[in-house]
Design a binder for this molecule. Structure first.
Ligand code: BGC
Length: 812
């Protein structure tokens, strides 16, 4: 233990109090012991420090900060060093705002395009997600701050996010859902990690010893702190026993009391408490030391960060179509600018990641600075979907008179938000109807798309060019215009597949989950791993993106350490290419996807320039998880090394032979036809069971509601009052949806389990009171009411007593 001496001076009450939050964002301070409080703040693409009332949903305003493009956007740059630069800037803003822990980056795997938070996550591929996250973490931590990658682990849906159980096999867990975190921890050297709300194979992530002890601490040698997601602690005693150090945000003193009691009754060892305290104290002291050494600047360079946000948006935008080389536009082109998004950009998503931007660039304001003849501008459609024939006519008239139409469109605010999964992959129909009316009078439509996750594009043939800006941050407008006029050569490549239809997606039948369990039957076949293996046609493949120049690949040479090849810019413009290395194995004994990304490099080349590129192999290139040996193994034999410009555009191939590490193979080939063929859209119970190596847990609801059930499950509560509350909440949710803006408070309450009420009310409600509330919900009104009322008074009394003990003669 590093902090043995200090821990020796602390009472059990003090130690227990330190392990949960003092406020929405801070930890407890003990001035008499020289232990200050540290401050956490979202987030992943810009700080959200709330100076006034704090909440974790982005409801109350926060201090102005730079809004960088979201993770889904920057992942398209395939440039971890850009992530590092953004991380540095976030770290500087944290220094200026006195924030110690930045709650990000988010690197959950995009299992389905419909997950409401995909815009906050990097990719469907763990290798790319991990490398990008490691970049951010290095940058943030170089400024003396802690990054807190999240949400560990298997957090792929918003529906009942705090009350669902991800059921998956160990190999899928490790190869798909944990590898990114492994890279973030080992290469990014993250000092903090946030656990996810959900259960993983029946155990809450925050108290899952397999995740937190066996894998995170023992295998990966992680020595940083583990923090719960806000309100995500189920049983604090189990969390501490598993090595989860800090419960956030504000359970009052209830959680601390439980820890003290458990230690006194011998149900939790004091050593477990001390280990958590030790790690926390170590983190607190390092974080606060940075400040004492005068690292804190007075202010951050707001202009420079805005410029960096613009550079990030420019490097991350993906040119998806460019028929007849309509882009870049020639100087003096007569353009009509159409679309509400040009005037009121959608540049970030809603929820805890929402930044109060220092400024906001708009295409409508900036287009005049470019060498184009703007013949007119109009909003064209109503963002929330209602038809408007007057606006539409105005837009069509404008389009008719121009050489080229710049059409700005995309997903509206309601479509992408924390707390709710999308219901479909379409963009609002009125935007498409207008696009089609425009292209009937003017075929030269250049579409500029804003959306943080994959969408269907049945309208793609109507446009000549499609530039996808994703959610491009506060400076995105200038970046997109720079690409449109050719000041910048686009170099973004998709970090996720664009399927033709939602029905084609691998988890279509399994996502999100009808009942408590979400069964990951598609296993390893996430994103391109599925489409490529099962030969499903897609709209745009993983890794795809166009440039204004062309690249040629040649002279591949492969040895046991990596691959070398020559990359040449054969076009007329300087530009960057992202060369991707995939591996595959024909006749594999252990089933595997057709190809998997194992390396990449973004290379900038002047027109006509050639360069030798080396992509090294690493410990992840050939490994697979073998459930029989309980280790990472390499299957012996010949592997195909593929170098390409996307997963479907392989330019060079070579073979390399690897020695196997075991002759013990984990599967019975004939019992798993779906997994051996990759045709996983309809996996039967027997086969899933074979993969899981255990029986499929029963996830059916029934009987009485428990404190771990989500509040929205009150629709089948015994108590008519509970059912009434459910109906009221549903009405309020519907009302906010009709108004076009998500109501995060309602969404959060709707999906949270009853126990979270005790974890987030700053000491007003205790777990004992939740037991009373549950009795009422289940129809035992009087018993429940009595329990709740006595619980309330007992909790208040005990809270006061505990705080008094902490504060008397001490400076809390
Ligand atoms: C989100 C986290 C976020 C936290 C604090 C939670 O609801 O899941 O990503 O960091 O709130 O705002």
């Amino acid at each position: 233990m590093k902090q043995k001496e200090l821990i020796g001076k602390m009472t059990l009450e003090e130690k227990a109090a330190l392990l949960s939050g003092k406020g929405e964002w801070q930890t407890w301070n003990f001035d008499h012991l020289g232990i200050p409080s540290i401050y956490c703040s979202d987030g992943p693409h810009g700080l959200r420090k709330q100076a006034g009332a704090g909440d974790h949903l982005g409801l109350n305003p926060s201090l102005p900060a730079t809004c960088f493009p979201t993770a889904a956007t920057v992942a398209n740059s395939w440039d971890p060093s850009l992530g590092e630069e953004i991380g540095e800037a976030l770290g500087e803003e944290a220094q200026a705002q006195d924030v110690h822990v930045i709650l990000g980056p988010g690197l959950n795997i995009k299992r389905s395009p419909l997950c409401g938070r995909n815009f906050e996550y990097f990719s469907e591929d763990p290798y790319l997600a991990g490398k990008m996250a490691a970049g951010y973490i290095r940058g943030i931590q170089s400024k003396g701050k802690c990054a807190c990658p999240k949400h560990f682990a298997v957090n792929s849906q918003e529906l009942r996010r705090m009350a669902m159980n991800a059921v998956l096999d160990e190999r899928t867990l490790r190869e798909i859902y944990l590898t990114g975190f492994e890279i973030a921890v080992k290469e990014g050297r993250a000092k903090a990690l946030m656990t996810s709300y959900n259960q993983v194979n029946g155990i809450y992530a925050n108290e899952n010893t397999h995740l937190l002890k066996d894998i995170l601490r023992d295998e990966w040698r992680y020595d940083g702190i583990v923090i719960t997601d806000w309100g995500g602690s189920n049983d604090h005693i189990k969390g501490v026993a598993a090595g989860s150090d800090l419960e956030m945000p504000t359970p009052g003193m209830d959680s601390a009391r439980q820890i003290v009691k458990a230690v006194r009754e011998g149900k939790l060892s004091e050593e477990a408490v001390d280990s958590c305290v030790d790690r926390l104290l170590e983190a607190i002291q390092t974080l606060v030391k940075g400040k004492e050494e005068g690292e804190k600047p007075k202010d951050f360079d707001e202009r420079a960060h805005h410029e960096l946000a613009k550079k990030a948006a420019a490097e991350s935008a993906v040119l998806l179509k460019n028929q007849e080389d309509i882009l870049p536009l020639k100087p003096g082109t007569h353009v009509a600018l159409i679309g509400d998004f040009a005037f009121d950009p959608r540049y970030q998503g809603a929820g805890s990641s929402m930044v109060n931007s220092t400024r906001l660039d708009k295409i409508s304001d900036m287009i005049g600075e470019y060498d184009l003849m703007v013949t007119g501008m109009t909003k064209g459609y109503v963002r929330t979907g209602e038809p408007d024939t007057v606006l539409e006519k105005e837009a069509v008239d404008l389009a008719r008179a121009a050489d080229v139409v710049l059409y700005c469109f995309g997903l509206d605010e309601l479509s992408e938000s924390e707390g709710v999964d999308r219901a479909h992959m379409r963009i609002p129909q009125n935007q498409i109807t207008l696009l089609e009316s425009i292209t009937r009078v003017n075929p030269n439509a250049v579409a500029i798309l804003c959306a943080g996750s994959a969408i269907e594009m049945p309208w793609i043939n109507s446009v000549k060019a499609l530039l996808h800006g994703y959610l491009c941050g506060q400076a995105g407008a200038g970046a997109l215009l720079d690409i449109i006029v050719g000041k910048v050569n686009p170099s973004g490549r998709l970090s996720e597949t664009y399927p033709l239809r939602y029905e084609d997606t691998p988890a279509f039948k399994y996502f999100p989950s009808e009942q408590r369990n979400s069964e990951y039957r598609e296993a390893l076949y996430v994103g391109y791993r599925y489409y490529d293996t099962a030969k499903v046609r897609v709209q745009f493949p993983f890794g795809f993106g166009l440039s204004y120049t062309e690249f040629e690949y040649s002279d591949l040479q492969v040895d046991e350490m990596g691959a070398d090849f020559i990359l040449t810019n054969t076009g007329k413009m300087d530009g960057a290419e992202t060369a991707q290395l995939y591996i595959g194995k024909k006749d594999a004994k252990v089933f595997r996807p057709e190809k998997e990304l194992k390396g990449f490099q973004k290379v900038f080349l002047k027109a006509g320039e050639s360069r030798k590129v080396r992509i090294p192999f690493d410990d992840k290139t050939f490994r697979y998880w073998n459930r029989k040996t309980g280790h990472w193994e390499v299957e012996g034999g010949i592997y195909t090394i593929m170098i390409g410009a996307s997963c479907l555009d392989i330019r060079l191939n070579a073979e390399v032979e690897m020695k196997g590490t075991t002759e013990l193979y984990p599967y019975h080939t004939n019992r798993m036809p779906s997994y051996y063929s990759g045709l996983i859209s309809n996996v039967e119970d027997t086969e899933f069971q074979e993969l899981l190596d255990m029986s499929i847990p029963d996830g059916k609801w029934g009987g009485e509601l428990t404190m771990n059930d989500a509040i929205c499950q009150m629709y089948y509560a015994k108590s008519p009052v509970a059912r009434f509350i459910y109906r009221k909440l549903t009405q309020m949710k519907k009302k906010s949806e009709n108004a076009g803006k998500p109501d995060l408070n309602i969404l959060f309450i709707y999906n949270m389990p009853f126990r979270a009420i005790a974890k987030m009310t700053g000491g007003m409600v205790s777990m004992e009171m939740i037991e009373g509330i549950m009795a009422m919900v289940n129809g035992h009104l009087f018993r429940g009411l009595g329990h709740t009322i006595t619980g309330f008074f007992r909790n208040q009394r005990q809270n006061r007593k505990y705080v008094k003990k902490l504060t008397e003669k001490k400076g809390v």
